[in-house]
Write a protein that binds this ligand. Structure first.
Ligand code: ME8
Length: 503
């Protein structure tokens, strides 16, 4: 079984910020979780390099669009290993192989009779690269997202007959109530459709930075047609040897922020229907990271630099924080103070300390060897079925919920240490068997939560698994079962601790 997951492809009009890292880490957590289940995974991310947002930014900076695209695409590419994203490919839409396939696909849409020439007149946001409908225009004809004046455009364009897909899209939403997750976003997308779909511009004549329309080279494709197709074209050249479209399409999950819901939940399925291509299985729409009460965005200038945070606290702490602090699917505020507080109380104290003292006690009281004792049944009710529970949540991309459930077990293990007070047991030789049970149970509980935390914090958990002397398939989801492993191995102390105190 294969699992194919994508992030949006990011505009190269500016450098990456925490919002881009957020979507990518979310998709990465899911990709890593599916790999733990033994599935073949294809995880795609990349950059959206054409269209007005990039052409305008290049003009402002006095460089060509290609120069700007190259410069910023490399920054996005460099972000991926830095946040430990395990993407299998990084697509750039300026890649000639992508462009060729966009032309082939759109020619099919044209040949199938879904395109006509018409006059476009209306309001357009050059930063969104979006033609706004009445309900999407803020006061004074401004863009509600970018807060800039909209342009009044009138031009002869090629049009896509989106309106003819109204009934098929309504049917899709009636039949598949998990096509868009979470529920609130599904409802939004559906009401957008039932509100009535108008045909949309498919090409632009005024812009030259884009993919040429094959039946009319005076035009380039409107950037969203070129961009959305990345999810499909990448499989023909970026997924290993040869064309793997047959094998990997349809995509299992597109992850994105709510700003681009309409394109993915309405236009994208209509394009695929128009070309006779299968639809993706699910879209997951997350909320915004807010800074100082506003959407973190390059146009508003209120961005956190993910590189600075990672330089100081490490990549895993950033990965953990984003998904703990902001419920995946909702908007949520992030701040340096919130980050530092969770680092101390949860990473350093709850998890780091549990790991350090468990290992230190095994080293001190049992020369590092996990005792050959049965696991304490007292912990079993907390751990039974945990792998299934987490998998079910992650099947619905409920990343924050799943993390909360894992953390409940981290806290349970800390309570267990306090209840059992192994340091007291160690003073009484008559309690040696009991101490064996407690140490073995702690080591095993720690191992189980660590397997489950692996997609969230890959480096830390790998380090801890080494200290727990776990090898081979020990990170497979099937290993997340309490009471089945760990005895007899020789563990080592953690020095430095997993999350050192910051000065
Ligand atoms: O829209 N909070 O690119 P883009 C959470 N190229 N996520 C955020 C965020 C924030 N404050 N800011 C950005 C585009 N994002 C198009 C996409 S896809 C075929 C084409 C994330 O560079 C979030 O995933 O503006 C959002 O949807 C995406 O970056 C927008 O990136």
């Amino acid at each position: 079984m294969a699992f194919y997951v994508t992030t949006p492809i990011y505009y190269v009009n500016a450098a990456p910020h925490l919002g881009h890292a957020y979507s990518t880490i979310g998709a990465d957590i899911l990709a890593r979780h599916h790999r733990q289940r033994g599935e073949e995974v294809f995880f795609l991310t990349g950059t959206d390099e054409h269209g007005e947002p990039v052409a305008l930014a290049a003009e402002r900076e006095g460089v060509t669009p290609k120069e700007l695209a190259d410069r910023n695409a490399h920054r996005f590419e460099a972000l991926m290993p830095r946040i430990n994203a395990s993407n299998d490919f990084f697509i750039r839409t300026s890649d000639p192989r992508h462009k060729q396939r966009v032309q082939d696909f759109m020619q099919r849409v044209y040949d199938n009779g879904h395109v006509y020439k018409g006059l476009y007149e209306g309001w357009y946001c050059p930063r969104c690269a979006d033609f706004k409908s009445e309900s999407e225009i803020a006061e004074g004809n401004t863009c509600p997202i970018h807060r800039i004046p909209l342009d009044h455009e009138q031009e002869e364009n090629w049009f896509f007959r989106l309106s003819t897909f109204q009934a098929p899209l309504e049917q899709l939403y009636a039949q598949q109530d998990d096509f868009v997750l979470p529920r609130q976003r599904f409802n939004e997308a559906r009401s957008f459709i039932t509100g009535g779909l108008n045909d949309i511009s498919l090409s632009r004549a005024k812009i030259s930075w884009g993919v040429d329309v094959p039946w009319d080279p005076e035009h380039v494709f409107y950037v969203w047609f070129d961009a959305l197709l990345n999810y499909y074209t990448a499989l023909s050249f970026g997924a290993g040897d040869g064309d793997r479209t047959e094998e990997l399409w349809p995509c299992d999950l597109h992850v994105m922020g709510k700003d681009i819901l309409k394109f993915h939940a309405v236009i994208w399925p209509a394009m695929l229907l128009a070309a006779g291509v299968a639809l993706p299985r699910h879209l997951f729409i997350h909320g915004y990271l807010l800074l100082d009460g506003e959407k973190m965005s390059k146009s508003l200038g209120n961005v956190l630099d993910p590189f600075e945070v990672m330089d100081r606290y490490g990549t895993d702490a950033l990965r953990y924080y984003c998904f703990r602090e902001v419920s995946f699917g909702q908007d949520g505020a992030v701040s340096t103070a919130g980050f530092e507080s969770r680092y101390e109380t949860e990473l350093a104290n709850d998890y780091g300390n549990l790991a350090s003292r468990t290992l230190a006690m095994i080293v001190r009281y049992r020369d590092g060897q996990v005792p050959f004792a049965d696991a304490d049944p007292a912990l079993a009710p907390d751990f039974d079925g945990i792998a299934e529970e987490i998998s079910e949540l992650l099947d619905r991309a409920e990343i924050t919920q799943a993390l909360e459930r894992i953390w409940q077990r981290v806290r349970r293990l800390n309570r267990y240490v306090e209840e059992q007070a192994p340091w007291q047991l160690a003073k009484d030789p008559a309690q040696a068997d009991r101490l064996d049970t407690v140490l073995r149970s702690l080591a095993d509980g720690l191992r189980v939560v660590t397997v489950l935390l692996h997609p969230y914090m890959p480096e830390t958990t790998e380090r801890l698994m080494r200290a727990l002397a776990q090898e081979g398939d020990s990170l497979h989801i099937a290993a997340a079962r309490y009471g089945v492993a760990t005895v007899g191995v020789t563990v080592s102390r953690l020095d430095p601790p997993l999350f050192p105190k910051q000065t």
